[in-house]
Design a protein around this ligand. Structure first.
Ligand code: ZN
Length: 280
């Protein structure tokens, strides 16, 4: 069902289109770079599975030789743990991720902050804040920023205890460090009645912006995002709020979809390009 009432109208600036490698998951990093560039995409967010498959030195070489700008590395986080040992393991892992980001010239790491069944959400949030505070000096030393990405509350069981932009903004204010900010992902936040105000509040630390659309009915809680314009997210309105807050970075297409991953990826990329031009 299409419930987006926005009238299609081409106005988007292609120089701001970025794509996450997970969006075209069947492709290797090499294929992503080649195919994105071929259609005029300018930015890439690299997911770690894709990075590790390529190997970090080779990934760095390919990215440096490409005309693509590396927007961010996805993803760090998952700080909560039932024991001190588990939490330390997460901190060590995040330090590795910071090294990887620096190695490929990614200026930003997106944090899916973590949650675990059995850990109360308020405790998980404290553990997240402690975890970020612990790795922030490493991020600063590597000249890498960290973006807290609030996740839709349907993921509060096992992926993130940070579920609203207000919670993320509160944490950024508490951490008070220029290397920590937020990512606004429309898929996670479109429903929030405080979204406009909280985007305005994030104006000094809004580090990245992710787009896709919400399919109705959703057939899978994780891997059923849809193309922009095919769902009910008011994309242009949210992009407007983000830009009113002074954001001038990439509009990053991040679609997890079992359906689209089964398509010919070149055809999917053409659809992404067209949807970006028409609906974003
Ligand atoms: Zn995202």
């Amino acid at each position: 069902m299409v419930c987006n009432e926005t009238e299609p109208k081409a106005f988007s600036d292609l120089s701001r289109l970025g794509i996450h490698t997970i969006t075209t998951k069947p492709w290797s990093l090499q294929e992503c770079i080649f195919e994105y560039e071929r259609v005029g995409v300018r930015g890439i967010t690299v997911w770690r599975d894709c990075l590790h498959a390529a190997g970090i030195p080779e990934a760095r070489r390919m990215l440096e030789q490409s005309g693509l700008e590396v927007i961010s590395l996805c993803r760090g986080g998952f700080f909560p743990g039932a024991t001190k040992g588990e939490r330390q393991k997460a901190i060590d892992e995040n330090r590795t991720i910071i090294e990887e980001a620096a190695a490929i010239g990614a200026p930003l790491i997106v944090l899916v902050c973590g949650a675990q069944p059995g850990i109360p959400l308020a405790d998980a949030r404290r553990q997240i804040q402690e975890g970020i505070a612990t790795v922030l000096p490493d991020a600063a030393a590597a000249n890498v920023k960290l973006a807290i990405e609030p996740l839709h509350p349907m993921y509060a069981d096992s992926r993130s205890a940070i579920n609203t932009l207000r919670q993320a903004n509160d944490m950024v204010e508490a951490l008070a460090d220029p290397h920590v900010g937020v990512t606004v992902d429309v898929y996670h936040l479109w429903w929030d009645p405080e979204l406009k105000e909280e985007i305005g509040r994030a104006r000094s630390w809004l580090f990245s912006f992710h787009v896709s659309d919400w399919r109705t009915p959703t057939r899978d809680l994780l891997n059923d995002r849809t193309l922009m314009g095919k769902g009910c997210i008011p994309l242009r309105q949210i992009r407007g709020w983000v830009e009113q807050a002074g954001f001038t970075g990439f509009v990053e297409v991040e679609i997890f979809s079992n359906e689209y991953w089964s398509w010919d990826q070149r055809e999917f990329l053409r659809e992404i390009y067209s949807a970006y031009l028409t609906y974003c």
